[in-house]
Write a protein that binds this ligand. Structure first.
Ligand SMILES: Cc1cc2nc3c(=O)[nH]c(=O)nc-3n(C[C@H](O)[C@H](O)[C@H](O)COP(=O)(O)OP(=O)(O)OC[C@H]3O[C@@H](n4cnc5c(N)ncnc54)[C@H](O)[C@@H]3O)c2cc1C
Length: 294
């Protein structure tokens, strides 16, 4: 992007030219030209309002665990860096959007609050979990969501309860431009040891079925209705199929892994090959579950 950024933005905490390999779990991608890292809601609001006023597109980044970045991003990227603190009030637990989702689940467990065990293996931030309505083992965030705060497309802070239709399978209405700021979940009184055991069990299940020792972005494709994307890819004989340093995981076919030096091009080629093969063999068009930038 050649246009200069307004001073108001440049006064906010920011860095330039940060490689996306350092900002995402997959470790693939180009350069993040402008990374804005507000430490307060007010700074985040200044960011959104300045971008809106200047008609400047921007993107929001959390822990980068659901992203495949296939090139440089020249427009401003917002990554919240709010103070990491959980607040408990009775059975409710509140976290800022930059808080780790797994850390929040662990925090709930150590408070003896049950209901967040599903999140124990889902990396990334609570902001990303809110946007994606993250879930596992039959529970998703909206099931326990009490209230959430966000910046709307005019940069105004809104706090509300979830309404029907606002959160669906791996989707929420907080799409491009909205910024989740925090949320509160409503949990249930439980026994610390039982909750901690469930958390450990969920983590263990993942360790035995997912290639967690290699960089990855979780499941790459959505499960088509009534089907498992991983099984379809496996039945095409693609486990272990490799383009350079990018590979269809031999452990879990819906995980594409980076052996260390995969390039964006290699990843794009691998994803295209998988989609084309599944389409040829089963006539099913796989949709990405990950978000692809740019
Ligand atoms: C090993 C592994 C296992 C996984 N298992 C699961 C699983 O079981 N279930 C599941 O649901 N997901 C899973 N995921 C995917 C991923 O962890 C989740 O989607 C996660 O919630 C994304 O959070 P993030 O902070 O990393 O978001 P990012 O990847 O940074 O961003 C994802 C999306 O959220 C948006 N976003 C991020 N922060 C905000 C914010 N504050 N406000 C508004 N929008 C925002 C981004 O713009 C983007 O659209 C897994 C990923 C990995 C690597």
């Amino acid at each position: 992007m050649t246009r200069a950024l307004p001073d108001e933005l440049l006064k906010l905490p920011h860095r330039t030219d940060v490689p996306f390999s350092k900002l995402t779990t997959l470790g693939v991608g180009g350069n993040c030209r402008w990374l804005f890292e507000p430490t307060t809601e007010e700074e985040a609001q200044i960011f959104v309002r300045a971008c809106v006023r200047e008609d400047l597109p921007y993107r929001v980044l959390g822990g980068g665990s659901n992203l495949v970045i296939l090139g440089d991003i020249e427009i401003p990227v917002l990554r919240l860096r709010f103070p990491a603190e959980l607040q408990r009030e009775g059975l409710k637990l509140k976290a800022p959007a930059s808080f780790g989702h797994i850390r929040m689940a662990q925090g709930a467990a150590s408070e003896g609050l049950g209901g967040m065990e599903y999140a124990s293996g889902i990396p990334g931030t609570t902001g990303g979990a809110l946007r994606m309505n993250a879930g596992a083992y039959g529970t998703e965030l909206v099931d326990i969501l009490d209230t959430f705060r966000f910046l709307n497309l005019d940069g105004e802070i809104v706090e509300k309860r979830p309404d029907p239709g606002e959160f669906k399978y791996r989707w929420s209405f907080l799409t491009a431009g909205y910024v989740g700021l925090s949320f509160t979940v409503k949990l249930a009184e439980g026994h610390r040891e039982t909750i901690a055991a469930k958390v450990a069990e969920n983590m263990g299940k993942r360790g035995s079925s997912q290639p967690l020792s290699k960089r990855n972005a979780g499941c790459i494709f959505k499960n088509p209705p009534g089907q498992s994307a991983g099984r379809l890819i496996d039945q095409c004989g693609l486990k272990g199929f490799r383009v350079g340093d990018a590979e269809v995981s031999p452990e879990h076919a819906n995980f594409l892994i980076n052996h260390g030096h995969a390039t964006a091009l290699e990843f794009a080629e691998l994803m295209n090959t998988v989609r084309a093969k599944v389409s040829d063999v089963f006539g099913i068009e796989l949709e990405p579950e990950v978000e692809i930038w740019p």
